[in-house]
Design a protein. Structure first.
Length: 77
Protein backbone atom coordinates (compact mmCIF):
# COMPACT_ATOMS: atom_id res chain seq x y z
CA UNK A 1 0.00 0.00 0.00
CA UNK A 2 1.53 3.29 -1.02
CA UNK A 3 0.85 6.67 0.55
CA UNK A 4 1.92 10.18 -0.46
CA UNK A 5 4.17 12.89 0.89
CA UNK A 6 4.49 16.50 -0.24
CA UNK A 7 8.09 17.00 -1.34
CA UNK A 8 9.54 20.53 -1.45
CA UNK A 9 13.02 20.91 -2.90
CA UNK A 10 14.65 24.33 -2.55
CA UNK A 11 17.33 26.18 -4.53
CA UNK A 12 19.29 23.98 -6.95
CA UNK A 13 17.78 20.80 -5.45
CA UNK A 14 14.60 21.51 -7.43
CA UNK A 15 16.13 19.79 -10.45
CA UNK A 16 15.60 16.47 -8.62
CA UNK A 17 11.84 16.98 -8.33
CA UNK A 18 10.11 14.05 -10.04
CA UNK A 19 8.18 14.77 -13.22
CA UNK A 20 4.88 14.07 -11.43
CA UNK A 21 5.52 17.08 -9.17
CA UNK A 22 5.59 17.63 -5.43
CA UNK A 23 3.20 14.81 -4.51
CA UNK A 24 5.35 11.70 -4.23
CA UNK A 25 4.11 8.16 -3.67
CA UNK A 26 6.08 6.23 -1.02
CA UNK A 27 5.76 3.02 0.96
CA UNK A 28 4.89 3.63 4.64
CA UNK A 29 8.00 3.25 6.79
CA UNK A 30 10.45 4.58 4.22
CA UNK A 31 13.19 6.82 5.57
CA UNK A 32 14.06 10.22 4.13
CA UNK A 33 17.32 8.66 2.85
CA UNK A 34 15.32 6.02 0.93
CA UNK A 35 13.14 8.73 -0.63
CA UNK A 36 16.24 10.65 -1.71
CA UNK A 37 17.63 7.48 -3.27
CA UNK A 38 14.34 6.96 -5.12
CA UNK A 39 14.48 10.43 -6.72
CA UNK A 40 18.24 10.27 -7.40
CA UNK A 41 19.19 13.07 -5.00
CA UNK A 42 22.57 12.38 -3.32
CA UNK A 43 22.12 12.50 0.46
CA UNK A 44 25.07 14.85 0.97
CA UNK A 45 23.28 17.51 -1.11
CA UNK A 46 20.35 17.67 1.36
CA UNK A 47 21.87 19.55 4.28
CA UNK A 48 18.67 20.69 6.00
CA UNK A 49 15.66 18.41 6.28
CA UNK A 50 12.31 19.55 7.63
CA UNK A 51 9.35 17.24 8.24
CA UNK A 52 6.11 19.19 8.79
CA UNK A 53 8.23 22.22 9.73
CA UNK A 54 10.35 20.32 12.31
CA UNK A 55 14.01 19.50 11.74
CA UNK A 56 14.48 15.89 10.66
CA UNK A 57 17.32 13.62 9.60
CA UNK A 58 18.04 11.14 6.83
CA UNK A 59 16.87 8.42 9.24
CA UNK A 60 13.46 10.00 9.87
CA UNK A 61 10.75 7.46 9.03
CA UNK A 62 7.81 8.65 6.93
CA UNK A 63 4.28 7.29 7.24
CA UNK A 64 2.47 9.34 4.59
CA UNK A 65 0.90 12.76 4.63
CA UNK A 66 4.08 14.55 5.69
CA UNK A 67 5.46 17.72 4.14
CA UNK A 68 9.17 17.14 3.52
CA UNK A 69 11.35 20.16 2.79
CA UNK A 70 14.96 19.75 1.67
CA UNK A 71 17.54 22.53 1.52
CA UNK A 72 21.12 22.42 0.16
CA UNK A 73 24.14 23.49 2.22
CA UNK A 74 24.12 27.25 2.69
CA UNK A 75 27.30 29.29 2.35
CA UNK A 76 27.83 32.93 3.04
CA UNK A 77 28.77 35.29 5.71
Amino acid sequence: MSVHIELKLFAHLSKYLPSEGERLSIEPGQSVAEVLDTIGLPAEKAKLIFINGIKGTLDTVLHGGERVGLFPPVAGG
